[in-house]
Every structure is written in structure tokens, then in C-alpha cells.
Design a protein around this ligand. Sequence first.
Ligand SMILES: C[S@@+](CC[C@H](N)C(=O)[O-])C[C@H]1O[C@@H](n2cnc3c(N)ncnc32)[C@H](O)[C@@H]1O
Length: 379
Amino acid sequence: MVRRSADGQQVVGPREVLGVPALPPVWVTGLVMRLRARVARILRASDPPPVRILEGLQGVLDTAALVTLCRIGVPERLSGRMDVEVLARELGVDPARLGRLLRYAAARGWVGLDRHGRVRPRPVLTFLRADHPGGWRAWVEFMGGEEVLAAISRLDVGMHAEGDPFATAAGAPFFGWMEQHPERHATFDAAMAAGGRLHGLVLARSLDWSTSRRVCDIGGGTGALLLTLLAAHPHLDGVLLELPEVAERVPVRERLTVVGGDAFAEVPAGCDTYLLVNVLHDWSDDDATRLLAAVARAMAAGEVPGSRVVIVEGRTDARGRDEFTARADLLMFALTAGCRERTRREFAELGAAAGLRVESTVPLPSGSVAHVLRRAIAT
Ligand SMILES: C[S@@+](CC[C@H](N)C(=O)[O-])C[C@H]1O[C@@H](n2cnc3c(N)ncnc32)[C@H](O)[C@@H]1O
């Protein structure tokens, strides 16, 4: 399952990260997202309201079922077609009860079940294996955490200005709490890394790197994005800026410099590209402006001609037509108070306050967008 390069590094491409042979063109992603939203609307329109209410309330069972499948080890054990009884014996669980969980998993399309009580994995289950190179299993482990489930159940608190569902449920704001719980922080980092690999592939293809040499990923987690980007463009060097406790967990790799620190205080100078991938959406307008100002200061100090800031965030969907985007936004809302997705105009305003101007906005095949900013008064 794992592909390796000549120097033994794991190769992660679209097949490992997304389960597709190649990244789709941007127009295909857009078309698929629109079609999916339209089909969902048509299906919903045919359901009576009580069915929709119950279906909505029972959505929580998706999380519980995925977490349970992983906790009892189904993705690892089920590598081909198997009798449910045999699988239950190997897992050490009750066959009838496992059968009920697998029926739910089959209804959701995660496994296949035949009339003879045999079960087989579908691609979703394969992607959930702990050793899958895409690393998406970490999302199940992160979402199954008590603090995350408790924060989601306190969304109501966040409806009031200054209300923080995560802090109410867990006793401290998200990143402060994570600092006190290193194991859960590592799980969060691993979940972020799964998305980081995807963004690394997407950015490697979607932006021009020909004149770039040194790229800084601010809040880049444990380096999955940068390492993917560096593998795709061997002429690049990377600098990863992260909180000290996260920086300690970044693997040592050639061409990668790791800096533990606080991006609000200081961003390393001397890079030509500063990435902020899914970082600004964690912060209020004031904090996001402070962060961009710190980047602008680093650009001014480094005096690298043509330096740029690349902000990658989900596409805002003001009308809530795409369920996936709306769900991701609500999850973020439960975890980080003050967080928000922003439009191009809002980024332009934040940038202007920090001495940066938006030069272009590039739609990405992942469905996100990249805003490219330059210093308003370039050196
Ligand atoms: C939502 S995660 C995004 C991670 C990664 N960029 C991605 O897209 O997968 C935000 C990251 O910002 C980091 N972070 C939070 N506060 C920071 C600070 N003051 N300085 C540097 N990094 C910070 C967190 O540790 C976390 O890894």
C-alpha cells in the first residue's frame, strides 16, 4: 500500500490522499460540488419533515459508528470478504451486535454486506486503516475525543458574543487546552496533517513555484503540507513556524527548518512565500490583522524581491448550499471562538490594515481558494 521514493521516503500522491489517480481540474471540482448540493436538495425535498428531523438528530450516530468501527479494529481486520461471525471472533466482540453495526456501516456505504452475512471493505474503510498513508484515521480519533463531542453539544453557548463552546465544555480555549493535553494535541496535529497532505499536493500544482526558493508555512502543524510541497518541487527549501510543543513533534528532514515560536510575535524573515493554510479562520479580525502584520514585518525585514503571502481557506458559502462546507464551518465554530471564514473582500480589508494587498485569488481543485497578497509598498 505504501509507495516509497528512491531515498526511502513515503510518496504521497492523489491516490493515497484522495483515492483518485490524479487531482481533478478546478472546474470538475466545482461541477461535482454543485451537483452534489443539487441532488441533496432534490432528495431532501421529497422527505416529510419528521423524517428530516429524525435524520438530522441521528446524524450524531455517524460519528459514533465510525469511532466504534475504528476502536474495535474493523478497518485493520477486514481486508477482504469475510463472514461476520469470523470477523467478530477475530475482533473478540459479539457477532450479533457487530452485525448491527455493520448493517449501519453498509447503509452508509462504508462496507458491503451480502445476503449470506459476508462483509467486505469499501474504499472508505480502507482509508480508515491506522496504517493508511493518507492519515485520515486521525480525524476519527480527533472527532471521537470527549472534549470535541462535548464542545459540539454546547454550540448554543457560541450564539452569544464572546461565548466559547469549547472553553465552556472543556474548561479552557482550544489551543490552551491542547497545550495541557499533549496526547490529544498530537491527535489534532495528525488530523491536520491529513488535510495538509492534500493542500500540499494542490498548492504544488496550482501556484507558480518557478521563481520561489524558500517557503515558510506558518502554523503548518507537523509539516505534512511542506514536506509534500518540497517533494513535488525539489528546488524549494521549507521553514515551518509552529507553537513550540508542536514544533517538537516535526520529523527531521532535509531542506526543512523548524522554528518553534509564536507567529503573533515573530515570523522568520528571508522567505519568498509565506503560507497561512487554514490558520486565519481560527482568529478574530483583530488577531488575524496582527498575524498578517507580523508576516508583513518579516517580508520587509527579509527584503526578498517579489515575496508573497498565500492564504488558503475554504470557499465561503453564504447561502449554505454546500453541506460539507457548512458542516466544516460549524465544527470550527464549536472549537475556536471568534473563528470565521472570510470572503476575498474581507481578506483584502484585513490585508490593507496590515500593509498587504490582494493580488489574485486562485480557486483550488480541493474546493478551497488561495489568496495571493503582496506588500502594499514593495521593497
Ligand atoms: C487549524 S490548524 C491548521 C494546520 C495546518 N496549517 C493545516 O492546514 O493543516 C492551526 C495551526 O496553527 C497553529 N498555531 C496556533 N497558534 C499559533 C501561534 N501563535 N504561532 C504559531 N502557530 C500557531 C496550531 O498549532 C495549528 O497547528
